[in-house]
Write a protein that binds this ligand. Structure first.
Ligand code: SF4
Ligand code: F3S
Length: 79
């Protein structure tokens, strides 16, 4: 799955939502970022270039300092 990381916090541009073919990017108004549902994401990669702040990475490609966001994205969908 693809993962939304730190640069989304406080930005929440939401361009990623518009390009996702399976509508798997969500967040509440009071969340500081959006989250990708790892169970639904089809790894198309469309959201990567849509994001103006380069917040999105393939799970295999998340920078070391932001690896905790893999769990953060998944956890949101377990609530
Ligand atoms: Fe949606 Fe594709 Fe991004 Fe996954 S990789 S969140 S399916 S746009
Ligand atoms: Fe966040 Fe980028 Fe989407 S800032 S809401 S991941 S377009």
């Amino acid at each position: 799955a693809y993962i939304i990381t730190e640069p989304c916090i406080g930005t929440k541009d939401k361009s990623c939502v518009d390009v996702c073919p399976v509508d798997c990017i969500h967040g509440n108004d009071d969340d500081t970022q959006l989250f990708i549902d790892p169970e639904v994401c089809i790894d198309c990669g469309a959201c990567v270039s849509a994001c103006p702040v380069e917040a999105i990475y393939a799970d295999s490609d998340v920078p070391e300092k932001w690896k905790n966001f893999i769990a953060i994205n998944a956890e949101w969908y377990k609530k």
